[in-house]
Design a protein around this ligand. Structure first.
Ligand code: ACM
Length: 551
């Protein structure tokens, strides 16, 4: 049946399955209500069948406490389908697998034909390898309208991905409505123009770009995602990548170094030198922002960025230097750690956990747990803080060894803005070639990690930066089909040795999966190369030669 991601085990005996018809019934235990609702809506649309409830339904979902929360079993035999799961999450994944069993047309929103729907006799047992199977969407560099964002939630769920990391703020746009600071979106959510292609071309379009989500839009998103087994983890990037916020509230910037009142929302790509100042007023401002963020996003983890913070302004700023002296810090790196630690503790006091890019480990006077007591030296991150390891594996390895949870998302492997093939036709080619096969062979847990530290790798994530993907169609092109391979890496029990993975088998199953993506309307990169309308002739990229450096 070409299931993707591959289940732990499956068998398809030659026996009677289940023919679906107008009298087929569907229902389940209360813990499966979301999965039943979703199945009735999605399969009802695709098949035109009512799939009415019944006391003893033909398609029945139930919970079994012996299974893990995302684990499930499916048995189709003798005219009935039984879906059993450890929790609501597993019930949702079972429902997704059931849709795959019905064939690509089950992914359409209205029937092409009446009748002829059948589930094959089968026994499936399945559970994920990782609890964090994430995708970052960068809605700052290019805003993704709410309808497109909701569509991406459906696409993630179809691939059993369960974390949507939403990069809500950056130099080029602030997308989160903050009621007490309306200029964050009033000023910060749009820019006058955008850079087109890589910065060396120094080329811009001449149209404003912008958009933001209201808090109610985001509450809707969170609920829509939760109904599909997905947690939305918001990111407010601090203390760098903040020019949009400084453009809205110039007092947040280093006013003793630059005329921040003259700054606009950045219309270049890259890393802006304009970072936050480190005053008490700025900390209080951000706490106000985060109070509203926590009210909208119930996720355990809150991402506070921490990446790529240029230190020039802090070096030049008397106020920043005074803070360094006041706190007894060694340098600007430790100032950044102090800043991050403030919010780490602030989140921990509210029952949340900080997650940040691997730079948050820099300048933390943190070491391995101390001998004879396991205590931590003063100055480290809270034990619950976690790291998104993006500059390769090394930051994640160090964090895991220090006892922090880690999400592996090394840019050399799973930055899906990077080009998919070597060739003139790739639109705005950036980075190294990361083909579908490369992503299929990505291993999130490096062999250098000892088994105890390896348990801190709670998952993996593909990051979709959007400088060069200026709408949902471009995003589809960069995301697909590679996100499909990534989903299998994150979910399935593949051999950990990349060379041992069954790439030909995956490629074979992809033939069916392309038909599913077609039915969903996903504008993926065809295996033979981009469609002519997917090219961007003449727009400069920045392709890097050779294989990515070993990490
Ligand atoms: C990053 O790519 N700067 C996290």
């Amino acid at each position: 049946m070409d299931l993707i991601p591959a289940p732990s085990s499956s068998s398809f005996p030659v026996a009677e399955g289940l023919l679906l018809g107008p009298r087929t019934t569907l229902g389940g235990a209360p813990g499966c209500a979301a999965a039943v609702r979703w199945l009735r809506a999605v399969l009802g649309a695709a098949t035109g069948l009512p799939l009415e409830p019944a006391a003893s339904p033909d398609i029945e979902l139930s919970l079994d406490a012996a299974l893990g929360p995302e684990e499930y079993r499916i048995t189709v035999a003798d005219g009935r389908a039984r879906l059993t799961a450890g929790g609501p999450g597993g019930a949702g994944w079972a429902a997704q697998t059931l849709r795959q069993l019905l064939g690509p047309d089950a992914y359409r929103r209205a029937p092409l034909r009446r009748g002829g729907w059948s589930l094959p006799a089968c026994e499936i047992a399945d559970a994920p390898r990782f609890g964090w199977r994430g995708v970052l969407l960068d809605v700052s560099r290019h805003f993704l309208p709410k309808a497109d964002l909701l569509r991406y939630v459906d696409l993630l769920a179809a691939h059993k991905l369960n974390v949507l990391h939403l990069h809500l703020t950056d130099d080029q746009g602030w997308r989160f409505e903050v009621r007490r600071f309306p200029k964050l979106t009033g000023t910060g959510a749009w820019r006058e123009r955008s850079m087109v292609g890589f910065r060396d071309a120094d080329r811009r379009d001449d149209r404003p770009h912008g958009g933001f989500y209201t808090q109610d839009d985001l509450r809707e998103l969170v609920a829509y995602a939760a109904e599909r087994g997905i947690t939305v983890v918001p990111e407010i990037d601090l203390p760098g990548h903040v020019q949009a916020a400084v453009a809205a509230y110039p007092e947040l910037g280093n006013t003793d170094v630059v005329d921040t009142a003259a700054l606009g929302v950045w219309s270049d790509w890259g890393v802006s030198p304009n970072v936050l100042n480190v005053s008490d007023a700025t900390l209080a401002f951000l706490e106000g922002v985060l109070e509203e963020l926590l009210d909208v996003f119930p996720s355990e983890f809150v991402h506070l960025g921490g990446d790529e913070c240029p230190k020039e302004q802090w070096r030049a700023s008397p106020a920043a230097q005074a803070r360094i002296r006041e706190q007894g810090l060694a340098d600007e790196d430790e100032l950044q750690s102090w800043f991050i630690r403030h919010f780490d503790r602030w989140l921990a006091a509210r029952g949340r956990r900080l997650i940040g890019w691997d730079e948050i480990m820099e300048g933390q006077r943190e070491a391995l747990p101390q001998k004879g007591g396991g205590g931590r030296r003063e100055g480290g991150l809270a034990p619950g803080a976690a790291v998104s390891s993006w500059r390769g594996y090394a930051g994640g390895v160090a964090a895991a060894r220090a006892g922090h949870d880690v999400v592996m998302c090394p840019e050399q492997h799973v930055y899906l803005d990077h080009r998919q093939a070597d060739g003139e036709d790739e639109p705005i080619p950036v980075g190294y070639v990361r083909s579908l096969e490369d992503v299929y062979r990505f291993e999130p847990v490096p062999p250098s990690l000892d088994p105890v530290s390896a348990r801190h790798v709670i998952g993996t994530q593909a990051n979709l930066w959007s400088e060069f993907a200026d709408d949902a169609r471009d995003l589809d092109f960069r995301a697909f089909p590679r996100l499909v391979a990534f989903a299998e890496v994150a979910w399935s029990a593949l051999p950990t040795e990349p060379a041992a993975r069954d790439w030909p088998g995956f490629e074979r199953r992809m033939r069916t999966h392309y038909a599913r993506l077609d039915a969903l309307g996903v504008e993926y990169r065809p295996p033979g190369g981009p469609h002519s309308w997917q090219r961007r002739p003449g727009v400069l990229g920045r392709p890097l030669a050779g294989p990515p450096p070993a990490v």
